[in-house]
Ligand binder design. Structure first.
Ligand code: MRU
Length: 370
């Protein structure tokens, strides 16, 4: 391979700090986040003592990725309840922090439902807050379990689609430990393939404009000793044309009932490339990311981010003339006919159809919120 290849480090070490943890120091409970805006330069924790701080962490992407946003949102409700803030107000603030990742609202509503059920059952404020915290902890545990199941099922599917091993997998954005209580979604499948000896190379899209691929996926791949190579997003086409990609693995922020997949902007062009080059395009996400209440891709709200993320680089260096307007959607939507399979903790669907997804969700153990 060319000299730009990054070799596996001799001594791989997984991230030393969890992406998120609940702590109860004497001054009162806090939600502690691994600040993803500071990676890979330094591992720094960000301590949230209240909901506005957590909302800011969500909006600046200090904490990000669909499943982890759900867990963070649930703990946010518990934090508000325990610290005596207005829970309804906290719910509204947290749910509105980012619009596309359905898990955020799911986690918030789950913890809020536990809180309200306790209040409705006559619990005092302390017990109701404890119920919200217990629900957040449960979601945290479930997410770690889902991650392990997705990894196993995804690896099975990869081996079925690509017999013989030696997989060269392209991924976009970041979908590993940093987005989950476990090892993640799409990245967890690549990691499982690495551990099974069947991953030849992980191609990592840098993922403009905020570089989740370069900063975070490359960081996770390096720490796990995976053979990976970083590329600019617009180099993907020539990589496909050179026959260097065997499969695309991505996560999702919301999957509509018809199987349309919202994920980090740049995913849709990869799906088009994959179709043209006859390469499987596999989406890995927990069933909590499937939103049967959103009928189709056109109904998914795509978050628009500040233009400065495009017109400036590295948080302040201008790369365009002053006053330049920028188009900066955080996500794009891939239609189901471009998706080879959706892998969840409860099984995979392929081909991706409304009926198959509905049936999968019906047999999953996903908690429904009344
Ligand atoms: O804007 P981000 O960094 O939160 O976007 C995250 C993604 O698009 C991930 O690919 C997605 O959440 C799936 S990974 C679980």
């Amino acid at each position: 391979m060319a000299e730009q290849d990054v070799q596996s480090p001799p001594d791989p070490k997984p991230p030393s700090l969890p992406s998120l943890r609940w702590d109860e120091p004497p001054e009162g409970p806090v939600l502690v986040l691994l600040d993803q805006t500071r990676l890979p330069a330094e591992e720094v924790e960000l301590v949230c003592t209240d909901v506005p701080a957590l909302v800011q962490a969500i909006q600046t992407l200090a904490v990000r990725g669909a499943p982890l946003l759900g867990v963070a949102g649930a703990y946010g409700v518990a934090l508000a309840a325990i610290r005596g803030y207005d829970v309804d107000e906290a719910v509204a603030l947290l749910e509105g922090a980012r619009p596309t990742a359905v898990n955020l609202g799911y986690g918030v509503r789950r913890a809020a439902a536990a809180y309200r059920a306790a209040v409705g059952g006559g619990a005092d404020a302390g017990r109701a807050a404890a119920a919200a915290l217990a629900e957040a902890r449960e979601l945290h545990r479930e997410d770690a379990g889902a991650s392990a199941q997705m990894a196993a099922r995804g690896l099975e599917l990869l081996d079925e689609l690509l017999p013989g091993g030696g997989h060269r997998i392209l991924t976009h954005c970041n979908s590993g430990t940093l987005v989950s209580a476990g090892e993640g979604t799409a990245f967890a499948v690549a990691l499982a393939a690495h551990r099974a000896g069947s991953l030849r190379r992980l191609w990592v899209d840098e993922t403009r404009p905020l570089l989740q691929g370069a900063r975070l996926t490359a960081y996770e791949a390096a720490r796990n000793g995976m053979a990976y190579t970083l590329l600019t997003d617009n180099a993907a086409g020539s990589l496909f044309a050179a026959g260097e990609v065997d499969a695309v693995l991505i996560g999702a922020d919301r999957i509509a009932a018809d199987g349309s997949v919202a994920n980090k902007v740049g995913s849709y062009p990869l799906a088009v490339l994959a179709k043209y080059h006859h390469v499987p395009f596999i989406v890995v996400a927990p069933t909590t990311t499937v939103d049967l209440a959103t009928p189709d891709g056109a109904s998914i709200e795509v978050e628009q981010r500040p233009g400065k993320e495009v017109t400036e680089f590295g948080g302040g260096v201008p790369v365009a003339p002053l006053g330049t307007q920028a188009y900066n959607p955080a996500f794009d939507v891939t239609p189901p006919d471009l998706v080879t399979a959706i892998v969840t903790e409860s099984g995979a669907v392929s081909p991706v159809t409304r009926d198959a997804l509905t049936a999968l969700c019906a047999r999953s153990r996903q908690v429904t919120i009344s």
